[in-house]
Design a protein around this ligand. Structure first.
Ligand code: FES
Length: 153
């Protein structure tokens, strides 16, 4: 039921660990299962030059973390923000439908680490500073008072 790529990234995850002098660190959790992912990014001149992760979670979460670190390296911050959980799953040749929610962790961890980087460097937009709901302000103009309804899938 898992693709060869998923099994490969689960058995031999890439970029496991932490970056001591990371420019951005993001930790997210999956409310449904309690799994946790922590993402570390090294960013130079707006380009992500190194990514590492630690995931306490299921095989799909480990595989998507591993793949997402490979996808973000070499990308600009804005390009990395556009990486969706679907793109991570597709890069792994798909995930079983019941495990798609696990890939949300990867997308959210990248976003959280970049938000941390932006906060530390005074790069957050007004909208991003207004709330910590984690949604993409470029894509969705939303009311920050209405931030209790995250994606449900
Ligand atoms: Fe928790 Fe997959 S079951 S992330």
């Amino acid at each position: 039921m898992y693709s060869e790529k998923v099994m490969d990234h689960f058995m031999n995850p890439r970029n496991v660990g932490e970056i001591e002098d990371a420019d951005g660190v993001g930790q997210v959790g999956n409310a449904k299962c309690g799994d946790i992912m922590k993402m570390y990014l090294k960013i130079e001149n707006d380009i992500i030059v190194e990514a590492k992760f630690k995931t306490f979670g299921c095989g799909a979460a480990v595989a998507t973390s591993s793949m997402s670190t490979e996808l973000v390296v070499g990308k600009t911050v804005d390009e990395a923000l556009k990486i969706t959980n679907k793109a991570v799953a597709e890069a792994l040749d798909g995930l079983p439908p019941a495990k798609m929610h696990c890939s949300n962790l990867a997308e959210e961890a990248i976003r959280a680490a970049i938000e941390d980087y932006k906060r530390k460097n005074g790069l957050l937009s007004e909208c991003e500073m207004a709330g910590s709901c984690g949604r993409r302000c470029d894509d969705i103009h939303h009311d920050h008072n209405d931030n209790d309804e995250e994606d449900e899938d």
